[in-house]
Design a binder for this molecule. Structure first.
Ligand code: TXA
Ligand code: MG
Length: 367
């Protein structure tokens, strides 16, 4: 069931009853659909192993695949961090000060005995303080319970999609991904479309230096500037450490699910091509629909204006700005799927760090 998180359509004032209902659901060990500034999450009490098990089951996600735990921001997120993390390296502390609340997840050494199920049994834990008023209202309510209730220190919330699929950026997407699986019992807080649109940047802080596990809206250059350290890439580190590489290949659970080669995939097949190759491909199509088709079968998403007479093709222009593209990317892929196209042709992206997050998602969608 979708609950409006705001009292009025202007999205200014929060709806206290909706927030309270969702906080109660979390305390009772149930799941909720939670808006964040990146994508919608499927949330559960991070310290409740059976609630966390429901998240894995609903997503169809392997149980050894760690989830991100979301913490409240009122003390800079630090009380939540102290609950879940054994220690915080100085560079990680600098990243929290610079970017929290915001679209940055930090992997930290996990404190023994807390959040084990959410962490998929790993010795580390992924923590994030989201920059969304609705997520923060729920997290704050959970940290200030009425008498007789337990404090909930963090909400484990992976993206609210089935495993391997495109992350949801609206409440309606969550409903269409998980409504059936959860038999309509899921409370989904509608906080409007997500501002950022792609998942958080993930930095591993357990290896002595910052390591990029997943690019996002906060760029590598921003991370380096904020902590004054060189950001290493997971691939680079593994090349220097052949044993680690073998271990990661052999393990069924990669460090980050977003690092699986094929991920964020729509049903249609995605191909990346430069504008010239795309125009030639369009020129080779006839101007009729293929026999037996009543609608477009190819979607084309480009910054360069292309021409076609073909009824087979749905043309859509990509914004020239990386953050605007990130904001709409997953909705656009879903619209193409809903239109029933079989192929999605996307123009290759500018070779600039601000596009790394979008590039990563499209590369995986096309793998
Ligand atoms: O923007 C986001 O991060 C969204 C919103 C809901 O906050 N969440 C999200 O969660 O993308 P999820 O579960 O779809 O992706 C979390 C990623 C996974 O790839 C997971 O493997 C990685 O974070 N992760 C979490 N804990 C980890 C850990 N202890 N070690 C390594 N990777 C971890
Ligand atoms: Mg995900």
């Amino acid at each position: 069931m979708i609950l409006s998180a705001y009292l009025f359509a202007d999205g200014v004032e929060l709806a206290p009853d909706s927030i309270a209902a969702c906080a109660d659901a979390i305390r009772a060990g149930d799941l909720i659909g939670l808006p964040t500034e990146t994508v919608y999450g499927l949330g559960a009490d991070a310290d409740n192993a059976s609630a966390v098990a429901k998240v894995f089951a609903a997503k169809g996600r392997p149980a050894d695949h760690p989830l991100i735990v979301h913490v409240a921001s009122f003390d800079g997120g630090m009380a939540g961090v102290a609950h879940f993390a054994e220690r915080v390296p100085a560079f990680a502390q600098q990243l929290m000060s610079a970017f929290w609340p915001g679209p940055l997840t930090l992997i930290l050494p996990r404190r023994d005995g807390v959040g084990a199920a959410a962490a998929g049994g790993q010795a580390s834990i992924g923590l994030r303080c989201p920059d969304h008023p609705v997520a923060q209202a729920v997290l704050s309510a959970l940290r200030k319970p009425a008498a007789g209730q337990d404090v909930v220190w963090g909400v484990a919330a992976p993206s609210a999609n089935r495993f391997g699929r495109v992350s949801p950026t609206t409440a309606a997407h969550v409903q269409s991904e998980l409504g059936d699986v959860l038999k309509g019992a899921l409370l989904i807080l509608d906080g409007g479309p997500c501002e950022v649109g792609i998942e958080s940047t993930i930095i591993d802080c357990t290896r002595g230096a910052p390591v990029l596990l997943r690019p996002g809206a906060i760029t590598g250059a921003q991370v380096e500037a904020a902590c004054g350290r060189k950001l290493l890439s997971n691939e680079e580190l593994l090349v220097q450490d052949p044993q680690g590489l073998e271990a990661q290949k052999a393990s069924k659970a990669p460090k980050a699910s977003g690092t699986l080669e094929s991920h964020y995939a729509p049903s249609a097949t995605v191909r990346l091509m430069d504008a010239k190759a795309l125009q030639s491909a369009l020129d080779m199509l006839g101007n009729a629909l293929p026999a037996g088709e009543s609608r477009a079968t190819i979607a084309v998403y480009t910054r360069t204006a292309l021409k076609t007479q073909s009824k087979q093709v749905l043309l859509r222009s990509m914004p020239g700005d990386a953050s605007v593209t990130a904001h709409e990317l997953f909705s656009v892929l879903r619209e193409f799927d809903d239109a029933g196209v079989k192929l999605i042709w996307v123009e290759t992206l500018p070779d600039d760090g601000s596009w790394d997050g979008v590039r990563d998602r499209l590369k995986r969608a096309s793998a």
